[in-house]
Design a binder for this molecule. Structure first.
Ligand code: BGC
Length: 559
C-alpha cells in the first residue's frame, strides 16, 4: 500500500541554527513556524527536526534530560503543537529525532542511578568494573575511552559511546525498552509523522569483558565497532518497539540512522517482513580519494576529493540491492559532516553550476531526498575562529598531531573548518547584514560566513541555486522520479549518467563531472530538456555539456 513517505522530499532543520525569534542567538520553534512560507515555496513535503527536548546541550540536544518536554531555549510544548499543526495545514509532515541509545547524565534516571547504587535506575545504564579499573579498552566516538568513573565513587565505571555526559541506556533491560516505547507513543500521539531513530545500530553491546585486539602502535582505546554496532539484538529488541508503533500509528515513517551498516544489513533493517525500519540513512555511499592525504596525521580531517569510481560503485550497489526492498535515502550532507558546497564543489565561477549538478545527480535517483537547511542556497561551511570553538577531543588530538608534523595553526584550522561537522551547523543565511537575518543577537555558533549567499537575494535572482532547487524538487515529486526504476549507465569517470523508467516514461540525467566541456551520446529524439545547470547542446547524435553542467531529459512524461 502506498505511504506518504514514498514520495517524501525531506528538509532537515537544525533548530538551533534556523531562525531565532526571541533574540537570544539560539534558533527556536517559533522561528521555524515563521519560516513555513519559505518551506512551502521550496516545495518540500516533510521536515526532519534535530532534537528539541530538554537538554544541557553538551551534544546540541542529543543529550536528553527530559524526553517529554521542549528545551526552554527552543520554546514550549504549545510552540511544538503549533508547529505540528501549521506544518500539517501546509501539507508538510514532521519527522522528529528519537534518541534511544543514550540520555544526558542530567536525566533523572541517571541522577537516581548514581545517587543510590541500589536504585532501579542503576540497571537502566551500563555500570561495570571495580576498583576504578575500566572493564575494557573500547574507545568512544567522541575520543577517549567509552568508560567514565561512576560519579558516586563506587569504583565502577559507566559506558558512554559518545560524550562522557551521554551514558548509554541498557536495552537488555525490558523496562528500558518499554519506557522508550512510551516516549515514542507520547510524540506520535501529538501528531508527529515519523521518527528518525538516532544511532539505533548501537543499542546492543557485546560481552563487556573482552578487549579489542590492538594493532602495533595503536592507542590504548580503540573504537571497537564490531563490539557495539549492528549486533543481532538490535533487531530483536527493536522489532516489538516498531511493531507497536505500526499497530498504533500505521502511517508512521521509521527512518533509522545506520551510519556504518553495510548494504546487506540495510536490507535486513528495511525488509517489510522484518518489521523494523522503513528506510535507513547510511554513511557508506560516499567515497573519497585518500591518495593525496598526509599519512602522518588522521585522514578524516584532511580535505579529500571524491573518489568517482568508488562513489559510483557505492551508488549502484545500494540502488540495486535495495531495489524492491526499500527506498534509499539520498543526501549530500547533514549536521554530522561538512556541507556539500565546501566538500565537493570547487571555488570560482563554476561553483554554483557544480552545486546544482550535484543536486541533480543525487536527488533524481530512486529514493528519498534529505536536503540540509541552507544547502538549497549553496551555503558553505562557516569558518570557526579557533581550535577551542570546536569543543572536540578529536580536534584537539588532530591539532597536536598536525603540529608535531610541522603544520602551522592556520593551516590546521583551515583543514578542520573544511572537514568537521561544526562549521556545517552555522546560522541559516536569510539575508545580508546583522547575523544574516538569523537573529538580532550574536548566534550561538559564530564565525565567518559568506553572507552574499542568502535566501532573500536568491529569491530575487533568476538562475540562483535556490530557484534551481525549487525546480528540482518539483520534478522529483512527479511519478517518474518518485517511483521509476533506476539504472546507472556505464560511462567513464568524467560523467555520471543514469536513466529512470516508469511505464512508458523515461528520463535521462547526465552530469559532467569535469571542468572541461564533455561530449556524450545524445538522448532519443522525442526527449525534451526539463532542467539544466550550465549549458547542454544537442547536435546530431551528440550531447555536449559545458564544464560541470547537468541536464535532465524526459520522454513521454506523465505530469
Ligand atoms: C547524531 C549525532 C550525535 C550522535 C549521538 C548521531 O548519530 O546524528 O549528531 O552526536 O548520534 O546522539
Amino acid at each position: 500500500m502506498a505511504k506518504w513517505f514514498d514520495n517524501a522530499v525531506i528538509y532537515q532543520i537544525y533548530p538551533k541554527s534556523f531562525q531565532d525569534s526571541n533574540g537570544d542567538g539560539i534558533g527556536d520553534l517559533a522561528g521555524i513556524r515563521r519560516r513555513i512560507p519559505y518551506l512551502v515555496s521550496l516545495g518540500i513535503n516533510a521536515v526532519w527536526l534535530n532534537p528539541v527536548f530538554v537538554s544541557p546541550q553538551v551534544d546540541n540536544g542529543y543529550d536528553i534530560a527530559n524526553y517529554f518536554a521542549i528545551d526552554p531555549a527552543m520554546g514550549t510544548m504549545a510552540d511544538m503543537e503549533g508547529l505540528i499543526d501549521d506544518l500539517h495545514q501546509h501539507g508538510i509532515h514532521l519527522i522528529m529525532d528519537f534518541v534511544l541509545n543514550h540520555t544526558s547524565d542530567q536525566h533523572p534516571w541517571f541522577q537516581d542511578a548514581i545517587a543510590d547504587p541500589k536504585s532501579i535506575y542503576r540497571d537502566y545504564y551500563l555500570f561495570a568494573g571495580e576498583n576504578g579499573k575500566r572493564p575494557n579498552n573500547w574507545g568512544s566516538f567522541f575520543g577517549g575511552s567509552v568508560w567514565a568513573p561512576d560519579p558516586a565513587g563506587t569504583g565502577q565505571s559507566y559506558f558512554h559511546l559518545f560524550d562522557k555526559h551521554m551514558p548509554d541506556l541498557n536495552w537488555q533491560n525490558p523496562e528500558v525498552r518499554h519506557t522508550m516505547g512510551d516516549v515514542a507513543d507520547f510524540w506520535l500521539n501529538k501528531g508527529v509523522d515519523g521518527l528518525r531513530l538516532d544511532a539505533f545500530i548501537h543499542i546492543a553491546k557485546a560481552d563487556l569483558r573482552q578487549d579489542f585486539p590492538l594493532a602495533p602502535g595503536e592507542k590504548s582505546s580503540v573504537v571497537a565497532e564490531p563490539f557495539f554496532a549492528n549486533l543481532p539484538n538490535v533487531q530483536a529488541w527493536l522489532r516489538p518497539f516498531c511493531a507497536q508503533i505500526r499497530t498504533d500509528y500505521p502511517d508512521t515513517f521509521l527512518l533509522g540512522e545506520a551510519a556504518s551498516a553495510n548494504v546487506n544489513l540495510a536490507v535486513d533493517y528495511t525488509s517489510k517482513h522484518n518489521g523494523l525500519m522503513d528506510s535507513v540513512i547510511t554513511f557508506r555511499t560516499f567515497a573519497d580519494d585518500a591518495s593525496q592525504v598526509d599519512p602522518r596525521i588522521p585522514a578524516g580531517m584532511q580535505p579529500q576529493p571524491m573518489d568517482i569510481p568508488g562513489f559510483k560503485q557505492n551508488q549502484v550497489t545500494w540502488q540495486q540491492t535495495l531495489a524492491g526492498v526499500s527506498l534509499p535515502v539520498l543526501y549530500w550532507n547533514n549536521h554530522d559532516m561538512p556541507r556539500v558546497a565546501t566538500r565537493y564543489a570547487k571555488p570560482g565561477p563554476l561553483h554554483d553550476t557544480q552545486v546544482k549538478s550535484l543536486a541533480m545527480l543525487m536527488y533524481l535517483q530512486r529514493g528519498i531526498p534529505v536536503i540540509y537547511y541552507g544547502e538549497e542556497l549553496g551555503m558553505e561551511n562557516m569558518a570557526l575562529p579557533d581550535q577551542a570553538a570546536f569543543k572536540d577531543l578529536n580536534v584537539d588530538d588532530f591539532f597536536a598531531q598536525a603540529k608535531a608534523a610541522g603544520y602551522e595553526d592556520d593551516a590546521i584550522l583551515t583543514m578542520v573548518n573544511a572537514t568537521h561537522k561544526m562549521p556545517a551547523r552555522g546560522p541559516m543565511q536569510w539575508e545580508t547584514g546583522a547575523n544574516s537575518g538569523f537573529s538580532t543577537y550574536q548566534p550561538w555558533l559564530d564565525g565567518q560566513r559568506d553572507e552574499t549567499r542568502n535566501a532573500r537575494d536568491e529569491e530575487a535572482q533568476g538562475g540562483s541555486v535556490l530557484h534551481f532547487y525549487q525546480a528540482l524538487i518539483k520534478l522529483k515529486k512527479t511519478p517518474l522520479f518518485a517511483g521509476g526504476d533506476d539504472f546507472l549507465q556505464t560511462t567513464d569517470d568524467r560523467s555520471y549518467v543514469y536513466e529512470r523508467r516508469l511505464d512508458g516514461a523515461r528520463a535521462l540525467v547526465a552530469i559532467n563531472l569535469t571542468d572541461q566541456p564533455l561530449t556524450l551520446a545524445a538522448p532519443s529524439a522525442g526527449a525534451t530538456a526539463r532542467l539544466t545547470a550550465g549549458t547542454a547542446t544537442v547536435s546530431g547524435d551528440q550531447l555536449t555539456l559545458s564544464p560541470f553542467a547537468g541536464v535532465v531529459y524526459v520522454e513521454e512524461m506523465e505530469d
